[in-house]
Design a protein around this ligand. Structure first.
Ligand code: NAP
Length: 335
């Protein structure tokens, strides 16, 4: 019988970042693994997710997810293999669960979901087939009420959520798909993925660039960024346009209040809908999403980008780099 580990390594929150996170805000620790009790499984994590929402959890503020605790391990999406079980999940099962930022996790069996890795790598369940994928699908289809013929603009378009929003819109009959991202290479990538137009938001006013990229206006804006992008989209939205307010990454590391769109009152005359959402409220769409997305990926209709970092030691820097735009597609850390 293979020897089970008695210790594991994990990343704890050493200090709460002020503004941009730094490597000193994280600490790598080796800890003893507890004995399994009834109903628990031991998972050897093979990949973990770093996500923008984790930045909010590093602040000691009340939010829709509880804050991380100082000197306690971080958590988040992870995939791995069950290597010991006192629950109804057999040893050898590949699973998705919520205890990332560690090499091994003791998890209640009812908090892990078996995954099928026959046709896709396990890390797909952290991205295209996981939370970011459902965010893109639900945000576009249900929150923004996408209809065939809509012109769609998505910001953060080369990232995990954004790159899928654009591709789903194109596959679903959008009349035009426009994306913004943070480098010339990312702009080229968006064009390769089938976006009709794309621009680098560093190249000048977002409002002006969006005007050129969408001369006939837009019907849907999928907002990952907030700030100047939201203002530009409001200016460009057509009558009865819809905004899915998904994220506001431009302000996650801000230490001062950030400006709101100065043209918000345009929403009245244009009869716009601006709707915030959390992916957790759309689990009723998860089965439909996973089935459609699996087919699209298997048929080669959706291209999946992933940026990989290796080893738990690399996880803090992977998170910091994600906030600075080092990733194309989903940022994952393989363990
Ligand atoms: P991601 O887009 O893969 O990574 C974050 C990206 O944000 C970076 O690659 C960077 O790309 C961009 N960025 C950073 N600072 C920026 C700035 N000041 N202006 C414009 N872009 C900036 O991350 P993701 O996981 O797909 O998440 C995208 C957004 O969705 C985030 O706002 C996240 O919080 C949100 N989200 C919301 C939900 C929900 O339930 N509402 C669920 C998942 C994610 P560039 O190189 O292009 O700058």
């Amino acid at each position: 019988m293979t020897q089970l580990p008695t210790t594991t390594r994990q990343i704890v929150l050493a200090s709460r970042p002020t503004g941009w996170p730094t490597p000193e805000d994280f600490r790598l620790e080796t800890v003893d693994l507890p004995e399994l009790t009834d109903g628990q499984v031991l998972v050897r994590n093979t990949a973990m997710s770093v996500d923008p929402y984790m930045r909010g959890r590093m602040n000691d503020v009340k939010s829709y997810v509880p804050p991380f605790q100082l000197d306690q391990p971080l958590d988040g999406g992870a995939v791995g293999e069950v290597i010991a079980s006192r629950g109804d999940i057999p040893v050898g099962t590949q699973v998705l669960h919520g205890l990332g930022w560690r090499e091994h996790a003791v998890v209640p069996a009812d908090k892990v979901s078996p995954i099928d890795t026959a046709r896709v790598p396990d890390s797909a369940y952290l991205g295209v087939l996981g939370m970011p994928g459902l965010t893109a699908y639900a945000g576009l289809m249900a929150v923004a009420d996408f209809h065939e013929g809509d012109a769609v603009f998505v910001s953060g378009a080369a990232g995990a959520v954004g790159s899928l929003v654009g591709q789903i819109a194109r596959l679903s009959g959008a009349s035009r798909v426009v994306g913004s991202a943070g480098s010339p290479a990312k702009v080229q990538r968006l064009l390769d993925l089938g976006f009709d137009a794309a621009f680098d938001y560093h190249d000048g006013s977002v409002t002006e660039q969006l005007k050129q990229a969408a001369p006939d206006g837009i019907d849907v804006y999928f907002d990952n960024v907030g700030g100047d992008h939201l203002e530009a989209a409001i200016a460009r939205l057509n009558l009865h346009g819809r905004v899915a307010m998904c994220g506001a990454i431009a302000q996650y590391n801000a230490t001062e209040p950030t400006p709101a769109p100065r043209n918000l009152a345009l929403a009245i005359g244009k009869q716009l809908t601006l709707r915030g959402f959390l992916v957790g409220s759309y689990s009723h769409l998860a089965d439909e999403f996973r089935s459609r997305m699996t087919d699209w990926v298997a048929a080669g209709l959706i291209t999946v980008d992933e940026t990989r970092r290796e080893g738990l030691d690399a996880a803090p820097q992977a998170f910091i780099d994600l906030m600075r735009g080092a990733n194309t597609g989903k940022m994952v850390v393989t363990l």
